[in-house]
Design a protein. Structure first.
Length: 390
């Protein structure tokens, strides 16, 4: 088998060598605990402090408003808990296509007496702002809408939602796990009170994330114990992971315009080839206002998991949806929310590229997709019946 080609960067990314190099000293030479007051400890503490500043700069935040976590899911859960203890009222507004970390946490909040309003999205996956505005009540404490969807890549009108939330004195949280350091986010300009992000979506290590909680948010500990993270999250900090997160974010921001220009070119080239060379295909998500790296297609008369498996046998790694949904036999709730028919939802495949992707990778993938789709359709009675009638 030739070298594998990876098109599942929305699930996770390869850690950059520069990130590994930045992390390594904090596993060995500079292994101190940041809470220790000797030289080893102060060196580690300085690394955490500098990383906090670097990550705050990405979203124009104060460093003291950045809290390190184990990843995006923890940050999402913490944000909802913070809203519950910050505001009087038991009403939360979310979109129908939020990550499971938000959806399932809100289901759990119902058991505590909270009322959850779930706002629909349009055919592109854009939150319906008129429904969101109508859902606001006097007891609404939180609006949580993701910056960009992890399956279909659609970018939400975060700045407008932030203005709506601020005008009604409601806390606004956004899950920016897919968007952090990938598109422009300014928490002050966008009236974002809380934001979730993690490292492994931008060529950093797994198991480290952050929660931005701004000046309007009164912190409540997620984990009780020591005084780490200003007493808000006890436990010795993951120093290598934090350093790696900051390094990955800095690399992502440095040369941002050229990197995004190249990724956009490749993504648009991929979409153009698939849409023009494969019949009975649908592009899911907004045609233009989507994450630079994301392309999600439904191939009619094809079962998505079969397509993923056969492409994998050819050395091409793609996804049939969110990595957090693998094993779920139901069609994607995101695709259902945007009105994709059930058979087309089952046929969806997500390809997400990175700066390591080449045009040759795209060409190889497209030819493989054409071959595998044709093979699978040849076994479809519905497809063959349609072809006979033509």
């Amino acid at each position: 088998m030739n070298e594998r080609i990876y098109f599942d960067n929305a699930a996770t990314t390869a850690v950059r060598q520069e990130v590994i190099d930045a992390m390594l000293p904090y596993y060995s030479k500079e292994f101190g605990n940041p809470s220790s007051i000797h030289n080893y400890g102060t060196t580690a503490a300085q690394a955490v402090s500098e990383s906090r500043q670097t990550l705050a700069n990405v979203i124009n935040a104060r460093p003291e408003d950045i809290y390190f976590t184990s990843g995006g899911s923890e940050s999402d859960n913490w944000a909802i808990e913070l809203a519950a203890c910050n505001k009087k009222g038991k009403h939360i507004i979310i979109s129908r296509i939020e990550h499971h970390a938000i959806l399932r946490k809100c289901e759990a909040m119902k058991e505590k007496g909270y009322d959850i309003s779930v706002i629909d999205v349009d055919e592109w996956g854009v939150v319906k702002l008129n429904e969101l505005i109508k859902a606001i009540r006097k007891d609404t404490i939180l609006i949580s809408v993701m910056t960009a969807n992890n399956e279909i890549g659609t970018i939400e009108p975060i700045e407008r939602i932030g203005r709506i939330a601020r005008a009604n004195d409601i806390l606004f949280h956004t899950d920016a796990v897919q968007a952090f350091a990938q598109i422009h986010i300014n928490v002050r300009e966008m009236n974002i009170d809380m934001l979730s992000a993690c490292a492994h979506k931008l060529h950093g290590p797994k198991g480290v994330g952050l929660l931005y909680a701004g000046e309007r948010v009164k912190m409540k500990p997620m984990i009780y114990g020591g005084m780490q993270e200003n007493g808000a999250r006890a436990g010795t900090e993951n120093v290598p992971g934090i350093v790696g997160f900051a390094k990955a974010a800095k690399l992502s921001i440095d040369g941002y315009n050229e990197r995004i220009r190249r990724i956009l070119y490749l993504r648009n080239y991929l979409i153009s080839r698939i849409m023009s060379e494969v019949p009975f295909v649908r592009l899911n998500g907004h045609p233009t206002n989507r994450l630079p790296s994301n392309a999600n297609f439904s191939f009619q008369f094809v079962e998505g998991e079969s397509l993923v498996i056969l492409l994998d046998l050819k050395g091409i790694s793609v996804s049939s949806g969110s990595a957090c949904s693998q094993g779920d036999t139901n069609p994607s709730y995101v695709l259902s929310a945007i009105g994709v028919p059930q058979d087309m939802a089952y046929s969806a495949v997500r390809l997400t590229i990175s700066e390591d992707t080449t045009k040759n990778d795209i060409d190889t993938a497209v030819e493989a997709i054409k071959e595998v789709v044709a093979e699978l359709r040849s076994k479809s009675s519905m497809y063959n019946s349609l072809m006979r009638r033509r």
